[in-house]
Design a protein around this ligand. Structure first.
Ligand SMILES: [Zn+2]
Length: 481
């Protein structure tokens, strides 16, 4: 008798690992050979043969990739388009997993050549792109038709986590835009078969959009996390009845305990006695939105973002060294998507900081066995909007850190602010003889993170500077507040 596979949220860590191993090998093969130009070039440059890649145990041997590797024209002359799949029918036949090959063969059998073409296209052509804004420009996040099915499946899971059902009616107040936040909620409704009104234009005041709540007879509302705490108050001021609301979804980050208390009290005071609260979040360059399991209004605890282990592999690394951090220590989230073919890169450094680390213990609230992140996540934790030498720019301190660490084992990045202007300092250990410095300057100038000064310092001085900096990663010293 064939064993029935456990549901996605009930698998043991051993089962999760086994599935990840199979999916990871397929995904890397497809990215490298199927192919995503950036991944193909990068693995070739490192002498890694995708056909021989053994899976999870060898994952750490694959390079980490961060934003600057894609947006910097010297590191990636092809530009951000190089992370979009440029697949071919031949690639599907040779490098797809059996389910795709079977589907393509079946399409031919049932519908002839024309239908087979469509099936091949569904697996090889990126048909949906949204954009991840960040330092250095926007990155395209591309989905094939098959990928959109996966996104809808992730959306169905998100609904399950939140406790939404297909009879719920959703008012989506995440502004329409080319972002994972908007499309993640869109595909949540789609994947659940739930009626939804996606109501809000970009830059439209949330107050103006509230009127749709009545029209939609909404039982659930999704809105940006920053606006969630004031939602019940705004509804009261606008005379909008929210007593039928069963679910408030804060999108983009988790709410603090204080914010949960405020929202919960507001919902209960408005007569929404059955309302529950949860958050949904995905890193800007990720493929799916994760969700918290919801808690009733009035309670303020949260149990972290529940993830989908058969859709991605998660790692947490130190933003200083890129090396894994243990257990539930805070760290930078690194994502390897599984099964998504439209593009993307293994071991993507998101730049998002998970303060509570990752836990694989079953959730004490809902019992699911999937890895949980956070609950507190700081998006773009090392990103800053600064004025450097008269130029306003959106920078990531990790770019300076990565550039420094390539030249010296001992370094520190310092950001200071004086008279409304910022100054970026790069300190390098003089003993490593980190020449030529001009390359480092040019490197950072391309990323608009122009250093005010690059300083060679001795070991004692660097040690003193690190002990003066606070926080878990003293190589980044942000004194700009
Ligand atoms: Zn849970």
């Amino acid at each position: 008798m064939a064993a029935v596979a456990a549901a996605w949220d009930q698998r043991s860590s051993k089962e999760q690992r086994r599935m990840q191993n199979v999916l990871l090998r397929q995904t890397v093969l497809q990215m490298a050979l199927g192919h995503v130009p950036y991944v193909r070039a990068k693995l070739a440059a490192m002498g890694i043969e995708a056909r021989e890649f053994k899976g999870l145990d060898e994952l750490p041997s694959l390079p980490l990739t961060m934003r600057r590797d894609i947006v910097d024209p010297v590191r990636n002359p092809e530009g951000p388009r190089a992370i979009i799949l440029r697949g071919t029918a031949d690639g599907v036949k040779r490098f797809s997993d059996r389910s795709v090959v079977r589907r393509v063969a079946l399409a031919r059998l049932l519908g002839g050549e024309e239908i087979q073409e469509l099936a091949i296209e569904a697996a090889t052509r990126a048909i949906h792109v949204h954009l991840a804004a960040g330092p250095g420009g926007r990155l395209p996040i591309a989905y094939t038709r098959d990928d959109l099915d996966l996104l809808a499946r992730a959306g169905g899971r998100l609904s399950a986590l939140l406790g939404l059902e297909r009879h719920d009616r959703l008012l989506n107040l995440v502004p329409f835009g080319p972002t994972l936040e908007f499309w993640g909620i869109f595909y949540m409704a789609h994947g659940t078969g739930m009626s939804a009104v996606h109501f809000r234009r970009e830059r439209q005041d949330v107050r103006r959009a509230l009127e749709a709540l009545d029209d939609a007879s909404a039982t659930a509302v999704a809105l940006p996390a920053d606006e969630a705490p004031m939602f019940p108050d705004l509804a009261r001021q606008e005379n909008v009845d929210i007593s039928k609301l069963r679910m408030l979804i804060a999108v983009g980050r988790s709410l603090t305990a204080d914010e949960r208390a405020v929202v919960g009290e507001g919902l209960l005071a408005a007569g929404a006695g059955d309302a529950r609260i949860a958050a949904a979040y995905g890193s800007a360059e990720a493929r799916v939105l994760w969700g918290e399991c919801s808690v009733p209004a009035g309670r303020t605890e949260t149990f972290g973002f529940h993830t989908y282990p058969d859709m991605e592999i998660l790692e947490l690394v130190s933003p200083e060294t890129g090396r894994p951090v243990p257990g539930t220590a805070p760290g930078e989230i690194v994502i390897t998507p599984l099964g998504f073919r439209g593009g993307s890169v293994p071991r993507w450094r998101t730049g998002d900081l998970a303060l509570g680390g990752i836990t694989t213990e079953p959730c004490p609230n809902c019992g699911r066995t999937v890895p949980r992140v956070g609950p507190t996540v700081r998006r773009g934790a090392w990103q800053r909007v600064v004025t450097l030498q008269g130029e306003r720019s959106w920078i990531d301190l990790r770019d300076a850190g990565a550039a420094a660490s390539e030249r010296s084992s001992d370094w520190q990045i310092e950001l200071r602010r004086e008279n409304g202007s910022h100054h970026l300092f790069v300190y390098l250990g003089a003993e490593d003889k980190p020449a030529p410095i001009i390359d480092l300057y040019e490197d950072l100038k391309r990323l608009r993170a122009r250093p005010t000064q690059i300083v060679l310092a001795d070991t004692a001085e660097l040690a003193a500077r690190r002990s003066a900096a606070s926080g878990p990663w003293p190589r980044y010293w942000d004194r700009s507040d």
